[in-house]
Design a protein around this ligand. Structure first.
Ligand code: ASP
Ligand code: MG
Length: 432
């Protein structure tokens, strides 16, 4: 019998009524002749609440000495949902059994707060399924080889679901959430953003990395490895097929770009007048790596003379979380490499266009830069990959940049939007 894995996020299981609704979806799927594994997140904002309590009682709960206890705490959110959902299903007449990550055979690295799944022993789940149960599994967690509870990193329940789907050879993994699919951009910024029927794994990975929050990036990578079909769909309109995430072969690349994402949590660091000699970039970025800081966009400017010495300026971006550590580390390094000064700018945002359709299609970058220029937005940095172009822009202009890019790359959506008065208002405000 085919197995379906269904994952429900925190907002889908936030209260008892929603749990009853989720139980109905799982029960209906079982009635349709499938074996059903349900993976759940913690209810609503439970995990945030647990984080806040731990932080009040312990200054740095993620620290090595307390990371084990912190994981044990965070994992309880999903355990509550799992038990409640299994209770609900049983009360509705559908035999169900709840399993923690460890009980479900999910073995992870012996690393807390961001463990990776090493293997899944599916015997327990398979037995329970074959005995006619709906199996409910806690998302976000597993256990290490010594039986310690570990968690997979915030948002990790998506990854639990996909990893289980892979291990069980499921027919599909459905991620139920509070939106009905993946959109061309954030509908809060562009109200007439279009829903995408299909997105390639690599596109979704890039979109997730550059700021689209709908799926945990590791879950997409996990699905890609096994070619596991993944859907993103709404808990509240479960009959709607949502967005399918698949291999690139299954796509018709009739669109130049697939989506536009924006990450406002970025910072730009610049080192001024670095002596122009071999090994300097290696030292700068080697130091960042040792400090465990990931670097994203990098620019080295043209050579200029400062006090008769040939120098370069080097600028790069880091996540907003890392800006203080990066600035401190660089300021120290500044003296050692004889550079003049270090500047940090947090008033920046990274706006990216993503799409496998841009491969072998000239002019996409030009269209992007023109759209930003027409909107009078200054580009501070540019970075590209085969299927992505990112521009760093002033943070205050980020939404305007996304809107301008959407207008340029999704003109039909713009036309459609003129029909609804709300959007006309938005468009007029923006001067379209
Ligand atoms: N409950 C966890 C979190 O809030 C995991 C998840 O929901 O995916 O991060
Ligand atoms: Mg989530």
């Amino acid at each position: 019998m085919a197995i379906l894995v269904q994952k429900f996020g925190g907002s889908s299981v936030a209260d008892v009524d929603k749990l009853r609704h989720v139980a109905r979806i799982a029960a209906d799927t079982k009635e349709s002749g499938k074996q059903v594994v349900v993976v759940v997140s913690a209810m609503g904002k439970t995990t945030d609440g647990l984080v806040a309590m731990a932080s009040e009682l312990c200054p740095n709960p993620q620290d090595k000495t307390t990371a084990r206890e912190y994981d044990a705490l965070l994992a309880t959110g999903e355990q509550v949902t799992t038990a409640l959902l299994a209770l609900t299903l049983n009360a509705m007449g559908y035999p169900a059994i709840g399993l923690s990550g460890g009980q479900a055979g999910i073995i992870t690295e012996a690393l807390h707060n961001r463990a990776r799944i090493l293997e899944i022993n599916t015997d327990a789940i398979t037995n329970h399924l074959n005995n006619g149960n709906i199996v409910v599994v806690t998302g976000f967690q597993g256990c290490d080889a010594n039986g310690n509870v570990t968690t997979l990193g915030r948002g990790g329940s998506d990854t639990s679901a996909v990893a289980l789907a892979n291990a069980l050879n499921a027919e599909r993994c459905d991620i139920y959430t509070d939106v009905d699919g993946v959109y061309s951009t954030d509908p809060r910024i562009v109200p007439h953003a279009v829903r995408l029927n299909k997105v390639a794994y690599i596109e979704m990975l890039e979109l997730a990395r550059v700021g689209a929050k709908v799926l945990h990036p590791r879950s997409v990578e996990t699905a890609r490895q096994a070619d596991m079909p993944l859907t993103v769909r709404s808990t509240f309109t479960p009959e709607d097929p949502g967005t399918m995430i698949t291999g690139i072969d299954a796509l018709e690349l009739d669109r130049s770009i697939t989506g536009i994402a924006c990450d406002k949590h970025q910072a730009q660091l610049a080192i001024e007048a670095v002596p122009d000699k071999p090994g300097v970039a290696a030292t700068v970025f080697g130091t960042m790596a040792t400090a465990n800081i990931s670097v994203d966009m990098i620019i080295q400017s043209m050579n200029r003379q400062v006090d008769n010495v040939a120098t370069n300026d080097i600028a790069f971006t880091v996540s907003g979380n890392d800006v203080h550590a990066a600035k401190d580390t660089l300021s120290e390094l500044c003296k050692a490499i004889d550079a003049q000064a270090v500047h940090a700018d947090t008033d920046v945002a990274k706006v990216s266009i993503v799409g496998a359709g841009m491969i072998d299609r000239p002019g996409i970058a030009a269209t992007m830069f023109e759209a930003l220029a027409d909107a009078d937005i200054n580009i501070k940095m540019i970075a590209t990959s085969e299927i992505k172009i990112s521009c760093l822009v002033p943070q205050t202009q980020a939404d305007k940049a996304v809107q301008a890019l959407h207008a340029a790359f999704f003109p039909e959506a713009e036309l459609g939007s003129k029909m609804t008065s709300d959007n006309v208002l938005v468009n007029e405000k923006l001067g379209y």
